[in-house]
Design a protein around this ligand. Structure first.
Ligand code: FES
Length: 158
């Protein structure tokens, strides 16, 4: 795993987010989303503040933060590259596209490049199976990829 710098969090702002939602049913997900938007990810210190503020156990908060793929408990790169590994993409050449991305960026899926620019994630479907194999960079989807065209896509974000 790429070495990541530990970042201090603004505890007061985290506590304010928690306080704003504390009385509501089902506050945990929106609180985690807002805290992640504030900090960039969900470090343990932030999860502790959320647990304390909502009166939940840390293990419950941590469990939710690690269950949903939209949450990150480690810092992520500036750009998140998501690749679909499900059957329709697999048979259309996703393994070759995945290998090309790992070769180009020098890190395996699940990790972040040492320069903090890209985080690589596998997902089960991007909802664009008709243009498999597909990759999503941030909110933008690219389909019908080959090992060559996916490198051109990455160059747009260099
Ligand atoms: S299976 Fe790959 S996008 Fe749906």
């Amino acid at each position: 795993m790429a070495k990541q710098e530990k970042q201090a969090i603004d505890v007061d702002r985290v506590d304010k987010i928690v306080a704003r939602h504390a009385s509501r049913e089902g506050a945990l997900l929106p609180v985690l989303k807002e805290v992640q938007d504030l900090v960039g990810y969900l470090p343990e210190e932030a999860l502790k503040r959320v647990a304390l503020g909502l009166g939940l156990s840390l293990s419950r908060v941590y469990g939710v933060a690690t269950f949903y793929s939209l949450f990150y408990t480690t810092p992520k790169g500036k750009y998140v590259v998501r690749v679909c590994e499900s059957a329709p993409c697999h048979v259309q050449g996703a393994p070759e596209v995945i290998a090309a991305i790992e070769r180009e960026l020098g890190v395996p899926f699940g990790e972040t490049t040492p320069d903090g620019r890209f985080t690589l994630e596998m997902v089960s479907c991007l909802g664009v199976c008709g243009v498999a194999p597909a990759v999503m960079v941030e909110d933008r989807v690219y389909g019908n990829l080959t090992p060559e065209t996916v490198i051109a896509v990455l160059q747009e974000y260099r």
